[in-house]
Design a protein around this ligand. Sequence first.
Ligand SMILES: [Zn+2]
Length: 574
Amino acid sequence: MSNLVQQLVGKGVLEKEKAASLEFEIKSSGKREEEIILKKGITSEDFLFNLKAKSLKIPLKTDIVAEEIPLEVLESIPEDAAKHYRMIPLAKKDNLLEVGMIYPEDLNAEEALKFLARQGNFNYQTFLITPNVFNKALRQYRTLKGEVGRALEELKVEFKEEKVPKTAEEFERLAEEAPVTKIVAVILRHAVEGKASDIHIEPGKDRLRVRFRLLGQLHASLLLPMKAHPAIIARVKILSNLRIDETRVPQDGRFTANIDGKNIDFRVSTFPTTMGEKVALRVLDPEVGLKKFEELGMEARNFEVVKKAAQRPYGLILVTGPTGCGKSTTLYAVLQVLNKEGVNIITLEEPVEYFIEGINQSQIRPEIHYDFARGLRHVLRQDPDVIMVGEIRDEETAFLVSHAALTGHVVLSTLHTNDSLGGIPRMIDLGIKPYLIPPALSCIIAQRLVRKLCENCRKEVKAKKAIQDLILKEIENMPPKAKEKIKIKRPLTVFEPGGCNKCNKAGFSGRLAVFEVFEMTNQLSEIILKAPTVENLQQEAKRQGMVTMFQDGIIKALQGITTIEEVLRVAEER
Ligand SMILES: [Zn+2]
């Protein structure tokens, strides 16, 4: 009988009859007995490891604050060795390293530790630690400040040994060296692991600031000495094939990096400021930016209208809203619905954000006169069924887009307007003849992004009086069909963010759009031809049963998907 199982039986924690089958399971799993015992929930980690400490006669250490393990102590055992042998340095007094181990009885681990001690010229004393403590301590290898801090230390040494670089060639050489590549790699990995959408590397008077945009908001994360600035910028430029010696004009580029086994694209843009060159990187993680149509979060009516529009053999589907409101995620989702064998899809994008198998994606380059209008003329000669045009912003593109929609193509594009109704006057502004709009247009989608509440820690609370009034008034204004679907609880409750380990104490996790979808109808066509005023358009929207972005937000807030505050931040009553 194995040692721990035997002891558990002795302590009366495990019945004797069950011990044999447990032992068999341990043997056949090839795993360690501690793992199986804990996985099956036979006893707590603390109880099990107290037993183990007694039987091995090694003290169990539990009072460890992982965050307080100094970096130079962590470095006594490299991360991969720590991970493999489940041992971690905890403290160093004089030349004695205290090492916490989950399996101090493991002879291979002991050999490895002996080897490291000889190499690093230290003595050691081992302690037993629980897997929980080990995992917390292991994470310390990966904190942003820790990793970058270590790389900076190395960089300092290099600056001392040689002279500080001055020419572009010297910077290029430095940018290729280990500490700088490490700093940039760590910054990229932290952005992806933390689900940041953007990274900003900004020179200041005496500090280089690194900020991450998380769920739409910028957070300062790291301050580096300005000395590191040219080398870090040069490294990013090398990765994205930009000119290192050109620092006076903005440049755009792109590169792919493998992070935690996934290929992630980064779109890079440099910008000269009075303090030096600034770099912004957009993180293009397909897991964040590419969603299925069903995952967009469209309520029943919106979902049906857009689906119907996508299934028509021709017609224009427009998405409107400001930059960064998730328009491309929606366009890509609709494109994926249309993406079938036998359908020729061509896109003109500026720039291409995500690559989708089976779609012909083309990046326009206005600087060499390959713009949307010119691209569109060529696309039409490529026998397309579906065309996506990144944005309609001039009359020529507007004319070509409406022409394509009228001649048997499904066309997807975007417009810069605040709401869906605004799309109609904007199209007329762009020179599209009003009588061409009804036959060409299928629907207009407007959207904004709100932060999604973490489902694990959101709290349901009674709504304050003012919020109650606001919600009830807005529900009253909704079209009958939408109103019917809402179940109003008494008292009226809304949701608030909590903060847990799953959402990194943020209370929010990911983002989702609130939508309004305006459908082309016979009534609308009459309005467009006679008097396309805001009042008339609004009346038709209501008749259609269109829910405004604000109302869509209220519905989502009542369901606990987001908060009322988020909805108020991005949309307004109308
Ligand atoms: Zn949470």
